[in-house]
Design a protein around this ligand. Structure first.
Ligand code: NAD
Ligand code: ZN
Length: 354
């Protein structure tokens, strides 16, 4: 299974399938002076040796960072540069990011900045990372906010071994899968139906590989048209207006990103129905999310606080909230919603979740 992704700078391949981590060498398009594998503690304990053994390059270094969002910091970034200098990496070296979105983002930003940019390869190990490894965004967090320090920097390849996904905890599976639902809702009704036909617990690796490939193609298609996020790339924010607000109000890490985005998708269905009098399969999504363990019992937050958090989200330029809605499945539109309407919708939605 393979597809390619176009970025402003170049075209890069995405390889997806089982056991690719045992054949890393096979996917390298040239030889490098040295290789630095960056991964986190958890991923290292499962998959680092497989990848190390599959890189025949003479000089392979490894640096393991702590697991979790905290590692997307200036400190980790600086330490990784220090290691790269100590190991003698040069402009002909390669960085391999083995892990989820955190490793991909920080290792990618190190690759983008070390000696003004060296090659890097994304080896995603989470479902969410199908999203973060494609689109060319790399970043670290600032105390004042997430992803405030970063750049656009594409990998030379993405090597996605779905055989690594079975060790993910359930909440991380739910998280990444919500982004896949989002991509399907933006562009492919059949994919969407196939995604919610089965429960998460009964997905096979083959199933998942096919679906992730389709999700990647949708994201790559959108990003290829609008790499710098001026127009239709904003459609990828479907479900995120509410998702981001809840994430920040409940505290990062309270639930995973995608678990809250999933509720945001449901909310976007409701607001779409009110805005376009469209008929969306709300009940079907509600039932599927509920039976798959998405979080319906959240601490109560006043709608007014949610609204003001939505306004602070860095992706909202105006004072009125713009939401990505669906005129129908696969027919997204960016729409301004008045504060008054939004407060009402939030109020009603909270009741439906109870
Ligand atoms: P993550 O990298 O923190 O991974 C989640 C957890 O799963 C971690 O504890 C990790 O150690 C563990 N893990 C990873 N792979 C595993 C495996 N195969 N088996 C068992 N455990 C495993 O988080 P994530 O959800 O992958 O990514 C979230 C990050 O991605 C956020 O920082 C977000 O900002 C970023 N992101 C970036 C983009 C982008 O375009 N660059 C897009 C979306 C999200
Ligand atoms: Zn997201």
């Amino acid at each position: 299974n393979e597809t390619s992704v176009k970025s402003a700078a170049h075209l890069y391949p995405v390889y997806i399938g089982e056991n690719l981590r045992h054949q890393t060498d096979h996917y390298l398009s040239k030889s490098y002076s040295s290789v630095l594998i960056i991964t986190d503690e958890t991923v290292a304990s499962h998959y680092l040796s497989d990848v190390q053994e599959s890189v025949s390059q003479e000089t392979v270094y490894v640096h393991v960072i702590p697991a979790g969002e905290k590692a997307k910091s200036v400190d980790t970034f600086y330490q990784l540069h220090t290691k790269a200098i100590e190991y003698g990496l040069d402009r002909q070296s390669l960085i391999i990011a083995l892990g989820g979105g955190v490793v991909g983002d920080v290792a990618g930003f190190v690759a983008a900045t070390f000696m003004r940019g060296i090659d890097f390869i994304q080896m995603p190990t989470t479902i969410l990372a199908h999203d973060s490894s494609v689109g060319g965004k790399v970043a670290i967090n600032h105390e004042q906010g997430k992803n405030l320090i970063g750049s656009f920097y594409a990998p030379v390849a993405v090597i996605y071994d779905v055989g690594t996904l079975h060790t993910l905890p359930d909440n991380e599976i739910r998280s990444g899968y919500a982004e896949l639902l989002k991509e399907a809702l933006l562009a492919d009704g059949d994919l969407y139906q196939s995604l919610i036909m089965k429960d998460l617990s009964s997905l096979s690796n083959k199933d998942l590989a096919d679906k992730l490939l389709k999700g990647i193609e949708i994201k790559a298609g959108i990003v290829g048209i609008d790499e710098r996020e001026s127009g239709i790339r904003q459609h990828l924010n479907l479900g995120h207006t509410l998702g981001h607000a809840l994430e920040s109000l409940l505290g990062y890490g309270y639930r995973t990103h995608g678990e809250l985005v999933a509720l945001g998708l449901l909310f976007a269905f409701r607001v779409s129905e009110k805005t376009f009098s469209s008929q969306l399969p709300y009940e079907q999504l509600y039932t599927w999310l509920k039976s798959n363990g998405y979080p319906f019992k959240l601490p109560f937050v006043e709608p007014a606080r949610i609204l003001s958090k939505m306004k602070k989200d860095k992706k909202t330029l105006r004072t009125t909230i713009q939401m990505v809605l669906l005129k129908d499945i696969a027919k997204p539109a960016l729409v301004e919603i008045s504060d008054e309407d939004l407060l009402n919708y939030l109020h009603d939605f909270q009741k439906e979740l109870e």
